[in-house]
Design a protein around this ligand. Structure first.
Ligand SMILES: Nc1ncnc2c1ncn2[C@@H]1O[C@H](COP(=O)(O)OP(=O)(O)OP(=O)(O)O)[C@@H](O)[C@H]1O
Ligand SMILES: [Mg+2]
Length: 239
């Protein structure tokens, strides 16, 4: 089914109060490239990004949702972003320029998701990125049309099994040379009683100067959460 330019542009105009001209252009570009047909609904307004769902055509012509994450250019804390990204060995010597940092932050999340996915970690499959906009798989449970709830909003039926699964996902990530860096019950979705890790923008390579600190913090956050659910937490050896 063809998507006409006029239809798509008009679609984004209806979000005029939400998107600046730049976001509107980037969204138009990504949809013209066939990544999605139209935006569907807002999902979340986060600290740094707005999350929407969008619809694309599936292999049999049926509509399927994807996630559109748009980092806000004006109101995101770019100093905080810079404090993290400057340690990332993939982006050393990055100039401290507002847009450049935000675009690199978005590219970094795409690369992290790709690497985690390749390592067999349960994360949303990244689809594409451009400037400050990232497209990825929409995580929803079997037969559900809404996004899977965050772990903090849907406690697992079997906390012990869920905890072990989260730790397995973390181990796979570490094996792939990455530390998530912002792992908590906010950034783990409960999809049909299995954890899916999201929000990979802070995720850093293990050879970054702050990697060990990020790993320890992730374990602490996860352990503290599951301890409250009655899970027996094994003692962690400090490295
Ligand atoms: N791939 C996805 N599938 C389903 N829901 C998602 C997906 N990615 C994000 N979400 C939803 O959007 C929310 C915000 O996403 P994310 O954590 O990536 O952005 P953020 O800007 O860091 O937001 P926050 O400040 O709330 O952490 C998530 O808590 C989750 O509810
Ligand atoms: Mg988050």
């Amino acid at each position: 089914m063809a998507i006409t330019k006029r239809q798509t542009r008009a679609q984004f105009k209806t979000y005029k109060n939400v998107f600046d001209d730049h976001a509107e252009r980037v969204l138009f570009r990504l949809s013209s490239q066939g990544h999605f047909k139209h935006l569907a609904e807002p999902i979340s307004i986060g600290k740094e990004a707005n999350i929407f769902s969008a619809m694309k055509y599936g292999p049999n012509g049926e509509e399927q949702p994807i996630i559109v994450k748009i980092y806000r250019l004006e109101t995101c804390d770019f100093n905080r972003m810079y404090q993290y990204i400057r340690y990332d060995t993939r982006f050393l010597n990055l100039k401290k320029k507002h847009r450049l940092i935000i675009f690199t932050w978005c590219r970094r999340e795409f690369q992290n998701l790709l690497k985690a996915r390749e390592a067999g970690c349960r994360v949303p499959t990244p689809i594409a990125f451009r400037d400050n906009v990232l497209l990825m798989e929409y995580i929803h449970g079997h037969g559900e049309t809404r996004p899977s709830p965050r772990l903090k909003d849907r406690f697992p039926e079997n906390p012990q099994a869920f905890y072990e699964d989260v730790k397995q996902q973390m181990a796979k990530l570490n094996k792939a040379g990455l530390a998530h860096g912002d792992l908590s019950a906010f950034n783990i979705l409960n999809r049909d009683e299995k954890p899916v890790l999201i929000d990979f923008s802070q995720c850093s390579p293990l050879d970054s100067a702050n990697a060990q600190e990020l790993i320890e913090r992730d374990h602490r956050n996860v352990d503290t959460f599951f301890k409250k659910l009655g899970v027996k937490i094994p003692e962690r050896k400090q490295k």
